[in-house]
Design a protein around this ligand. Structure first.
Ligand code: ATP
Ligand code: MG
Length: 255
């Protein structure tokens, strides 16, 4: 498999542009005809049911698909500075190493030194809503809550100053209050740091009032793309009709 970044023809306000992506693994077609384009400072949501191909799409963008994948596309450009936060932040942290040491190593992997790691990392943890930071850095991952670990993962993804941040199911394992706090954090990141966000989720409530545009994925294909506002008003594909209809009925009932 060879994934090469084609930077030719990229426009300055585009952080990711993908045309006609196809991926198969072990002779099973998993992604087909994927077109996706993300402009600077947009929040783009990628929604779809479990197994529809959302994480595979993010893995392609990050260049971390399994070696045995068969991949083709007509065009692929992405900004070289891309960060990611995944579903289970616990798995991205080593349980036997204190959180501070892990963040220091992460800083070192980007900047090649450790002298200034706290100057970079502490403000990011503050921004991410971590309190008592000095004490927190001395904790092991299991001594923190799920919400705190997710905040650490988000702060960690920002160490390299990414232009594009891919967030894959970052609110899935969180309770409602923490989920709302994490979404608020992403809104701030976008506003204050001007970072473009690809927000992957199967939870439609988390993208309302947040995403500018939405791609709906179904069985490995993008079946609908629209602004968030328009999508909630009008859908074409039966799957999009089903999930938006369901979400709208829940909200109507809640009011
Ligand atoms: N490494 C892999 N090898 C083989 N098949 C894979 C691999 N990773 C994912 N798949 C398959 O690709 C399909 C899409 O998986 P993917 O993880 O992208 O789904 P998803 O939309 O992210 O689902 P979820 O909402 O549950 O996270 C699934 O059928 C899955 O079994
Ligand atoms: Mg997934």
């Amino acid at each position: 498999m060879g994934i090469t970044e084609k930077t030719k023809g990229a426009q300055p306000d585009i952080v990711m542009d993908l045309k006609n992506l196809y991926v198969s693994i072990d002779r099973t077609e998993l992604l087909k005809h994927i077109d996706m384009r993300i402009e600077k400072e947009e929040v783009v949501a990628l929604v779809g049911e479990s197994g529809s191909g959302k994480t595979l799409t993010s893995k392609f963008i990050l260049g971390i698909l399994p070696e045995r994948s068969v991949v083709s596309y007509d065009k692929f450009y992405k900004t070289p500075k891309t960060g990611a936060v995944f579903q289970n932040s616990f798995t991205s942290l080593n349980p036997t190493v204190k959180i501070g040491s892990q963040l220091m190593r992460l800083y070192q992997s980007h900047y090649g030194e450790t002298d200034n790691w706290k100057r970079k990392v502490v403000p990011l943890l503050e921004k991410a809503g971590i309190q008592n930071i000095d004490k927190f850095l001395k904790k092991y991952p299991h001594e923190s809550s799920g919400g705190e670990r997710q905040r650490v993962a988000i702060a960690g993804a920002l160490i390299s100053n990414p232009d594009l941040l891919i967030a894959d199911e970052v609110t899935t394992a969180l309770d409602l209050r923490t989920k709302l706090e994490v979404i608020k954090l992403f809104k701030n990141i976008r506003k204050e740091l001007g970072i473009t966000i690809l927000f992957i989720t199967h939870d439609l409530s988390s993208i309302k009032d947040f995403a500018n545009r939405v791609y709906v994925m179904y069985k490995g294909e993008i079946v609908e793309e629209n602004t968030c506002e328009e999508l909630f008003r009008h859908q074409t594909h039966p799957y999009a009709k089903r999930i938006i209809g369901f979400a709208n009925s829940l909200w109507t009932r809640d009011r």
